[in-house]
Design a protein around this ligand. Structure first.
Ligand SMILES: Cc1ncc(COP(=O)(O)O)c(C=O)c1O
Length: 435
């Protein structure tokens, strides 16, 4: 179905009760057959989507500040991405790039290598999801260093497969009931926590009490913490980690799965710090919605040989073609748009602090923005109320609502999102702060 009309929507359209009759039918069928492990945030049943707009199966239209959780970087069904997918799918759907050469796989790896934040030579491994990129990083870091231990951060999210889950430390429920996590993983407080954090904590607590640095293969860090609350570390915090790694021969792994591919107004969230990681994990926005991830690694650390890692589907040609088209768009104009509209949106949202009594703080960079509320319950209620106002947002951290829209968002749409957020606050009893 053509989606131009949907892309041209100017304001949310809520035509039915939510969920509407067709949505209720899907939800009921879904409840019977879909794994109970999946938690649905609100009763949104997506029918189609274009640009900044999502239409549910009943024809209700929502402004999308989620982008399918920071995935639909170029907006929904961007014509150039769709054309690349169509072209590629007419010539080759699959041929297992772990065993054979596929030109578009090579092309994407060239593009990622050229865009990497490392100044020396790198190579690229492609997987299907963020967690696969993290798993690859864990294996390679241990293999390359011959060391067993890994340091990650409280609040972090790196995935839910057995290895990455051992690093994930955002919510206890992700781990509980699954037995012992991967041994040798230690956590430090992320920037912004009370007391000592980052390199200082690792050195004074972890290296002193639980692991000597010579046993640590890697420190894995989100340059801006995502699920943990869209936390931006202060200047120098990442550089201190780099310094610590250099002193002890530890590899620094940047998990850019959520923050990468132009979202923060630079190609990678680590870029403004000037810090070069040894490895970088990429996912989510890379292929505008098709499943694809990447581990970018310095050549000097890629000591593993043939057969040490691989995947049947990783680097699927259609996903690679979507990624090449995505990088064209992001490098062409969308990264700059993320910087420009992101700073406009941040300013507008910061203007609400002090006037909207429920909002305590706004932080972020580019189009990775966290709006902190007085408590977690309020953040949750705002998320739900925003849905009813026709805007899709998601909570993160303890009491934060995140905005991670497609990078195509305009200033007018950013202004609209601020208006919808204010209305959502109004719905749950927010409003002007008492003076
Ligand atoms: C920083 C980060 N790393 C890894 C992952 C895992 O990615 P996936 O869900 O594609 O496995 C996520 C997902 O939210 C993430 O935000």
């Amino acid at each position: 179905m053509l989606t131009e009309d949907l892309a041209a929507t100017v304001s949310p359209q809520i035509r039915t009760e939510l969920p509407g009759p067709l949505a209720r039918d899907v939800i009921e069928r879904d409840r019977r057959v879909v794994s109970p492990a999946l938690g649905r945030v609100y009763p949104l049943v997506v029918g189609r989507a274009a640009g900044m707009w999502v239409e549910d199966v009943d024809g209700n239209r929502f402004l999308d500040l989620n982008a399918g959780i920071a995935v639909d970087a170029t907006g929904h069904c961007h014509p150039e991405v769709v054309a690349a997918i169509e072209d590629q799918s007419r010539s080759l759907l699959h041929y297992c790039s772990s065993d054979f050469h596929v030109p578009v796989y090579t092309e994407l790896c060239e593009r990622l290598a050229a865009a990497s934040p490392m100044s020396d030579e790198v190579n690229v491994y492609l997987g299907n999801s963020g967690t696969e990129a993290v798993e690859a990083a864990l294996k390679l870091a241990r293999y390359a260093t011959g060391r067993p231990n890994i340091v990650a951060f409280y609040g972090s999210f790196h995935g839910r497969t057995a290895g990455s889950l051992s690093l994930t430390a955002s919510k206890g429920k992700y781990r509980s009931g699954f037995g012992v996590a991967m041994p040798g993983v230690y956590h430090a407080p992320y920037a912004g926590s009370d007391g000592s954090t980052g390199a200082a904590y690792i050195e004074s607590v972890l290296f002193r009490h639980v692991t000597e640095p010579g046993d640590v293969a890697a420190i894995v860090v989100e340059p801006i913490q995502g699920e943990g609350g869209y936390l931006v570390p202060p200047d120098g915090w990442l550089a201190d980690l780099r310094n610590l790694c250099d002193r002890h021969g530890i590899l620094l792994v940047a998990d850019e799965v959520q923050s990468g591919v132009g979202r923060t107004g630079s190609m990678w969230a680590i870029d403004p710090s000037g810090v070069e990681p040894d490895m970088m994990c990429v996912g989510k926005g890379l292929a505008s919605g098709l499943p694809l991830s990447a581990l970018v690694s310095r050549n000097r650390h890629s000591t593993w040989g043939t057969g040490k890692h691989g995947s049947t589907f990783g680097g699927n040609p259609v996903a690679c073609a979507a990624a090449v088209a995505t990088l064209d768009l992001v490098e062409g104009s969308l990264m700059a748009n993320a910087a420009k509209v992101g700073s406009h949106l941040l300013d507008r949202l910061r203007g609400l602090v002090g006037t909207e009594q429920l909002i305590t703080r706004v932080r972020g960079r580019g189009l990775m923005i966290g709006i902190e509320f007085v408590d977690g319950e309020t953040a949750h209620e705002v998320e739900q109320a925003a849905f009813r106002e026709g805007m899709l947002v998601l909570t993160c951290g303890e009491r934060t609502v995140r905005m991670a829209p497609p990078l195509i968002i305009t200033e007018e749409q950013a202004d609209l999102s601020v208006e919808l957020l204010s209305r959502a606050c109004g719905r749950i009893g927010g409003g002007a702060s008492p003076r």
